[in-house]
Design a protein around this ligand. Structure first.
Ligand code: TEU
Ligand code: CA
Length: 566
């Protein structure tokens, strides 16, 4: 049989360094804090750590604005301490992948400082500069109508040379010009090879579908008539040269190491996805597909939210992991990360302790039964939740949320629409996944002995790791049990075929997994707060997992989750 690469059976635990664990009392997470919690991650059953950006950065976008790929954010420690972290992770028998953010740099990167210094600077063409457009009244406008992922125009005006630079994200994140081979080679050397040579086992690749822009830079079609700037995905996502660039990057860097890559592509058809992750393409091992975390939201605007439907969620899960069957491709399973709200709030029910516990376990059983490499985000293993609706909007510190609210306020909107926006922000803003990890019931949830850089969720006394690690009925213990079970049934759960049984049912989600040699698992999830009559259509199953100790075979209790082995 063909050797299965290590990254297919990996369980990846994502750390967002700012909020993971502070070791020196300055209120900000750091490398030594991570080292102090490695057993928490190993005992859970994770085998790989994905470290969100830890590089030198002014942190306008919390590290996704990198000022030096070969140096670290001094708030997290020294470069030497970063190397020690890599060694400590390897010493635990775990692997480490870093975040590769090369669609853009920080505006403080030396490359951009040179590029913006003059139109004739040798690095001018390392970024994307265009002249203004003027209207009939002589008013200056950006080169086209593209909107930023963070609201407003995707172009920032630079006085010194009277030109705009493209930045699909924040003003402080100028897009690199991937058309320039010198730029690409500098990226490969500085952002990839440097770290591969220091023992990193791979990368999570930020905005992996955005490097190739259509070079005409035409206006995007009007999708949102109520706003001046329009989503530009048709000219920036899955662009004309994107696969050429990924093939070159693989050949010049990753292909020379025993490494894992996961690309954040986000959107695209099954055909698009296969072009990135079919093994014969030699581009990426797998990609993150956003369909499940965008259920209810417009793909171009998370805050245009029209409600969760379980049938949509099932289709989305199939889009995320079902597309690889019968191919040489692979997939990534996730429903929570640093860009998303807390999944137990978004897809479960946190209105009572019972519903919180049961729905968190239900979501754990869903994820540990799906085919692909499994990703867990810090705090998800203990069922951390969104913050309360009572928090003031000023406590939402993320640039995406702040920009959105400011853009919203600029247009005349009624108080009622504003309250509705606050409801949506309280459900889907990515700020919720960025509150400090709740380690115990001491002040600040044990995250820091100092003043935390951002407020800790008020429920840390009830929801924290210390309370759960030693409780066999906790969410953490259930995750740990499931990861062990998944590892013992890889052929079915990690590699098996996926078939949904009840697409149209808005209360339950049932599916069957089948291994190559015909072993099966039948998963039954009651996504509702109701007790439902249940008649098992799949014969011959033996119950292996249940998130309730007391239950009746013919009744599904609220958020009851079962796995039968056949
Ligand atoms: O996220 C990119 C992002 O915001 C996606 O939703 C994007 O719209 C999609 O990839 C396009 O198809 C990454 C990071 O995860 C996020 O934290 C950063 O803010 C962002 O890139 C900029 O680096
Ligand atoms: Ca610190």
């Amino acid at each position: 049989i063909t050797e299965i690469p290590w990254w297919k059976d990996a369980v990846v635990y994502q750390i967002w360094p700012h909020s993971f664990k502070d070791s020196n009392g300055d209120g900000i997470g750091d490398f030594k804090g991570i080292i102090s919690q490695l057993d928490h991650i190993k005992n859970l059953g994770a085998t790989v750590i994905w470290l969100s950006p830890h590089y030198k950065s002014p942190c306008f976008d919390m590290g996704y604005d990198i000022a030096d790929y070969e140096d670290v954010n001094e708030n997290y420690g020294t470069l030497e301490e970063c190397f020690e972290l890599i060694d400590a992770i390897h010493a635990k028998g775990l692997k480490i992948i870093f975040d590769l953010v090369v669609n853009h740099t920080s505006h403080e990167h030396k490359w951009f400082k040179e590029s913006r210094s003059s139109k004739t600077n040798p690095k001018r063409d390392w970024y994307i500069w265009k002249p203004p457009r003027y209207d009939e009244n002589g008013k200056r406008h950006p080169p086209n109508n593209w909107s930023s992922h963070f609201s407003g125009s995707a172009w920032s005006y630079d006085e010194l040379t009277d030109e705009y630079y493209l930045r699909l994200f924040a003003n402080e994140q100028p897009d690199l010009n991937w058309e320039n081979p010198d730029t690409r080679n500098a990226i490969y050397d500085s952002a990839l090879k440097f770290w591969y040579e220091h023992g990193v086992d791979g990368f999570r690749i930020d905005t992996a579908g955005l490097y190739s822009k259509t070079q005409t830079f035409l206006d995007a079609p009007v999708i949102f008539p109520d706003q001046e700037f329009q989503p530009c995905g048709i000219y920036t996502h899955n662009g004309p040269r994107i696969h050429e660039f990924h093939k070159e990057m693989y050949e010049k860097t990753t292909g020379n190491y025993d490494a894992m890559t996961v690309g954040e592509v986000g959107h695209g058809s099954r055909e698009d996805a296969l072009k990135y992750v079919s093994a014969k393409e030699k581009e990426l091992n797998m990609i993150f597909i956003f369909d499940p975390v965008e259920v209810g939201s417009d793909p171009s605007d998370r805050f245009r939210y029209n409600g969760f439907k379980l049938s949509d969620f099932k289709k989305a899960i199939k889009a995320q992991v079902g597309f690889i069957s019968g191919t040489d491709a692979w997939s990534a399973v996730f429903i929570e990360n640093h860009d998303q709200p807390r999944s137990v709030t978004r897809f479960g029910n946190t209105s009572t302790p019972l519903f919180h516990e049961k729905s968190a376990k239900l979501l754990a059983l869903l994820q540990t039964s799906l085919t692909g490499t499994l990703f867990i985000y810090q705090g998800q293993e203990i069922g951390m939740t969104n913050v309360s609706r009572s928090w003031d909007i000023s406590e939402y510190l993320d640039i995406n949320t702040i920009n959105y609210v400011e853009a919203f306020k600029e247009k005349i909107h009624t108080e009622e629409e504003y309250e509705k926006l606050l409801d949506v922000i309280n459900l889907v803003a990515r700020d919720h996944s960025r509150t400090p990890v709740q380690w115990d019931d001491s002040s600040n949830g044990g995250f820091t002995t100092g003043k935390p850089w951002t407020r800790v969720n008020d429920n840390y006394k009830d929801i924290n790791a210390a309370k759960q690690v030693k409780d066999p009925n906790s969410i953490y213990s259930f995750w740990s049990k499931l990861l062990k079970f998944r590892n013992e049934h890889k052929e079915i759960l990690t590699h098996g075929n996926f078939e949904i049984l009840d697409f149209e049912n808005e209360d339950t989600f049932q599916f069957v997994k089948t291994s190559e040699n015909g072993e099966k698992a039948h998963v039954v999830l009651n996504f509702s707060d109701k007790t439902l009559e249940f008649e098992n259509q799949v014969k011959g199953g033996k119950l292996a997992i249940n998130n309730y100790d007391q239950f009746e075979e013919s009744k599904l209790q609220p958020y009851e989750a079962r796995l039968y082995i056949i």
